[in-house]
Design a protein around this ligand. Structure first.
Ligand code: URA
Length: 238
């Protein structure tokens, strides 16, 4: 059981003071009865709560999948740049959402956003071997030797030996290559640094899948949607 003023203010219906005013005005209903006392205790999972006649959609956690555009940073706040949180609907801001892992400012594609700290830890821990697949455009010819090097674990600039990665060549010639690369870690600039270590440059990077989830074809860059119950369960099973 939780206080009604806390529930409503956590869901973005205003500060505790503003919510108190809503209650005083008789605008809040719990199971059909007007509640005017802010200290009223309620089980938000069971009760039907209405504010100004509209039923509220109570949940503790939110889970969003975004097709991140280029030019925004994967952070909650930033002094200079727009963040992925700036792009999501304001109704979600009261949940204090944050991105799961990071994509570089110029990387596009699948980014999960939540306020579920436990799931976040699980999905970013390398020991859980969650596959992240990226589509990458490379400035040079990528060959079978490179596939082998990545499979063994490439050593990047700071001496770190990456976990084995799968490189699938979509097409390659002297002008450049298109590849899919699957990694299980999320070190800073990891894919770019892996290619730098074989003297090549990533010129475009899009994350196309994260564990069991794939990037929606119909999600335009900058858009996001809530995950379905089934998608949330798939992530929690990892
Ligand atoms: N690897 C990178 O280099 N950048 C990203 O944004 C993600 C993985």
């Amino acid at each position: 059981m939780e206080r009604i003023d806390k529930i409503l203010s956590n869901l973005g219906h205003g500060t505790r003071k503003e919510v108190k005013a809503l209650l005083k005005k008789g605008l809040v209903e719990i199971d059909g009865v007007i509640a005017s006392d802010s200290a009223t205790k309620v089980d938000p999972d069971k009760a039907v709560i209405k504010v100004s006649g509209e039923e509220i959609n109570y949940r503790k956690y939110i889970y969003l999948i975004m097709n991140k555009p280029a030019g925004v940073v994967s952070a909650t706040v930033d002094k200079h740049d727009e963040t992925v949180i700036d792009l999501i609907d304001h109704e979600y801001h009261a949940f204090d959402p944050f991105p799961i892992g990071r994509l570089d400012k110029d990387t596009v594609g699948l980014l999960l956003i939540t306020n579920d700290g436990e799931l976040n830890h699980k999905l970013i821990a390398p020991k859980n071997h969650v596959n992240k697949v990226y589509y990458a455009e490379i400035n040079k010819f990528v060959d079978a030797g490179n596939v082998n090097t990545f499979k063994k674990g490439v050593v990047i600039d700071d001496g770190y030996k990456c976990m084995p990665a799968i490189l699938d060549i979509i097409n390659a010639d002297e002008n450049g290559s298109e590849v899919l690369i699957t990694i299980q870690e999320g070190k800073f600039h990891q894919v770019k640094r892996m290619f730098e270590s074989i003297d090549k440059k990533v010129v475009f990077l899009r994350r196309v899948s994260f564990g069991p989830l794939k990037l929606d074809e119909d999600l335009l860059e900058g858009q996001c949607r809530e995950l379905s119950e089934q998608e949330i369960s798939l992530l929690k099973e990892i």
